[in-house]
Design a binder for this molecule. Structure first.
Ligand SMILES: [Zn+2]
Length: 153
């Protein structure tokens, strides 16, 4: 597997010179919300990435650190309300891709037990959803997260 840190895939995503499925759905306060960059077993798996390259949550610029909870909560609510997720898991690990990013991982009623919670990171190639299904969920989320924003942010 290619090293996602050289060149840094997080920086490429926030600069929009690498496009995960659906592209950047929303950005503000130094944070960008986008989909998991790669095959996913779960529709609407989102990632919040810092626009500034920092190693961990502890290094976030003050504005991004302060905004993170609200940005994540809006995304989480959208994942529940428009995609019907039963529950959401949030992970900031940074073991493989180093710069700060926080996963917002949905669990649906029909999500198999082995793909729930951190199990989502252990999905198999055959678990990957078709691209059309991934993109359809992201377009629904883009509209929902966008609606939740005050004008101009
Ligand atoms: Zn970076």
């Amino acid at each position: 597997m290619a090293d996602p840190n050289h060149p840094c895939i997080a920086c490429r995503i926030v600069r929009e010179d690498h496009r995960p499925p659906g592209g950047v759905l929303w950005r503000g306060s130094g944070l960008a919300v986008h989909a998991l960059d790669g095959p996913t077993p779960l529709p609407g798996w989102l990632v919040v990435t810092s626009e500034v390259h920092v190693r961990g949550w502890y290094d976030l610029p003050p504005e991004a650190a302060a905004a993170l909870g609200g940005v994540a909560a809006r995304a989480l609510r959208a994942q529940r309300e428009v995609l019907g997720a039963e529950h959401l898991f949030a992970f900031a690990i940074g073991a493989r891709l180093h710069p700060f990013h926080r996963h917002l991982v949905p669990r649906y009623a029909d999500t198999p037990a082995r793909l729930r919670g951190r199990g989502a990171f252990e999905s198999r190639p055959e678990d990957a959803l078709p691209a059309w299904r991934v993109v359809a969920a992201l377009e629904t989320l883009r509209r929902a997260v966008g609606r939740a924003q005050p004008a101009g942010t």
